[in-house]
Design a protein around this ligand. Structure first.
Ligand code: HEM
Length: 447
């Protein structure tokens, strides 16, 4: 009989408390906690209350989880909770069901479509900026979230909604976002309590569902075809000629809003923060915008010319990325030296990977030129994954980078957003990382 090779003891994060595990550092400073783990090993054991979890800190092993051995994993605990809210959304399903949904939603994110959405994105950013006055102080994070919600909703279907339904829909979606984040953190029993928050959440879910269902029925009626994301979802067919049911379409719409609003809004806000505190970056950005656009509005075709702006976006996505994404093992899995039991929660953190000094020199520095071709080639494969990787890689990645680049081009070609201080703003870890209390002053540019 062959001797069984014993796996070496798994490194575990220090500071676990009985019954709580690492809940305190995760609540107090989750970003510092996550970034501290790579010095302990490639796979590090933590405990969330009594639940063991395994944080993968090595890019090559993360790639195994997401790409080469993805059949050994399913979506993890956060997704179970999110499924109550997102239903059978493309992000919450796994395996065959996921593959079918992914194929059906993909046409709505085709590059040719995004070229069309770019005009809507530009109009949304222009409307926002038109409402700002010189000297006005803007709460940047919430303003950019608002802009992102308007842009995704407009690309999806606003044309079928009157102004009142549009306002009602926005309101209900914001309530749902807030409630869904709380629901992923709090015990299930809490959701059943008749608290005002729970009642608001249920009312908001009913309103959003009613509005989406009504819009779908308008689109399904003859002569109402439109040229937007919802039309593409309605037209999509699988190999058997079957399409998505109304319920499945509703689940995808809520998924796109949930996955695509806060992430994109926060990235634009972070970019404005970084540009505001790095005068040399701001100068180079303005020079490029002036020479490529010469004062006219940006279009999809301009994006390939806006090379420095794209590097600013890439660097913002590196420094300010999603911080916690889960998978679960389907059976016992060996990852490097670690042997993980079946049903184990596995964590990857783009935020921590992308700030790891083993992969990026001076990782806390905002340096768009690290994305110049000759320098970018030096980053190890899989160390920069703001949109994830593999079968579940963000389906909205091009949508998002287009929206962020266009928003920056619209804002920065006309205005300077001046920070109150050059100090970095505090980061808060919610569904993604946000710049807490970021306020900037609108100053027209002297052209
Ligand atoms: C800066 C903006 C964005 C970031 C950083 C981001 C990040 C991510 C990441 C990391 C994942 C993979 C999660 C995993 O591994 O389980 C993901 C998935 C997803 N994202 Fe995004 N995202 C962004 C914008 C968007 C937008 C604009 C949309 C849609 C309008 C979108 C829709 C989705 C969907 C549907 C999934 C699930 C894909 C699947 O499981 O097949 N995202 N996103």
């Amino acid at each position: 009989m062959r001797p069984r090779t014993e796996a070496p003891a798994l490194p575990t994060a220090p500071g676990a408390l009985p019954g709580l595990g690492h809940v305190l550092p995760l609540l107090r400073d989750p970003l510092a906690f996550m970034t501290s783990l790579s010095s302990l090993g490639d796979v590090v054991g933590i405990r969330i209350a009594n639940m063991p979890a395994y944080v993968v800190t090595d890019p090559e092993l993360v790639r195994r989880v997401l790409v080469t051995s993805d059949h050994d994993f399913t979506q993890g605990r956060v997704y179970d909770k999110l499924a109550q809210f997102l239903g059978e959304g493309v992000g919450t399903t796994s395996g065959r069901k996921h593959r079918r949904l992914r194929r059906l939603v993909q046409p709505a994110f085709h590059r040719d479509r995004i070229a069309e959405y770019a005009d809507t994105m530009r109009a949304t950013a222009e409307d926002m900026v038109a409402g700002w006055r010189p000297g006005q102080e803007i709460a940047v994070d919430s303003a950019m979230n608002d802009m992102a919600l308007t842009a995704v909703t407009a690309c999806l279907f606003t044309s079928a909604m009157d102004a009142r339904a549009s306002a009602e829909f926005r309101e209900s979606i914001l309530t749902l976002f807030h409630g869904a984040v709380l629901r992923t953190l709090l015990p299930t029993a809490w959701e059943k309590l008749p608290t005002p928050g729970n009642r608001r959440y249920r009312r908001a879910a009913a309103v959003a569902n009613r509005i989406i269902d009504r819009t779908i029925s308008v689109y399904r009626s003859p002569g109402h075809e439109r040229d937007d994301m919802l039309s593409l979802l309605l037209a999509a067919r699988d190999d058997d000629g079957d399409g998505l049911t109304d319920q499945q379409i509703r689940d995808q719409v809520i998924t796109f809003l949930f996955a695509g609003v806060e992430t994109t809004g926060a990235t634009v806000a972070w970019a404005l923060h970084e540009i505001g505190r790095h005068p040399a970056v701001e100068k180079q950005l303005h020079a490029e915008l002036d020479s490529v656009l010469g004062g006219r509005p940006p279009t999809w075709r301009d994006l390939c010319e806006l090379r420095y702006t794209s590097r600013v976006v890439q660097e913002t996505l590196r420094l300010h990325a999603p911080w916690l994404i889960l998978r679960r093992t389907l059976h016992e899995v060996r990852l490097g030296d670690a042997v993980l039991p079946a049903g184990a929660e596995v964590v990857y953190s783009p935020y921590a990977l992308q700030r790891d000094p083993r992969h990026f020199t001076a990782p806390r520095q905002f340096d768009p030129d690290r994305w110049l071709d000759e320098r970018a080639a030096g980053h190890p494969r899989g160390a920069h994954i703001p949109f994830g990787a593999g079968a579940h890689k963000c389906v909205g990645d091009v949508f998002a980078t287009t929206e962020i680049t266009i928003a920056l081009a619209v804002i920065c070609s006309r205005l300077r957003m001046v920070p109150r201080t050059l100090r970095p703003v505090r980061e808060v870890a919610a569904a993604t990382t946000h710049p807490k209390g970021l306020t900037m002053t609108v100053v027209p540019r002297a052209l």
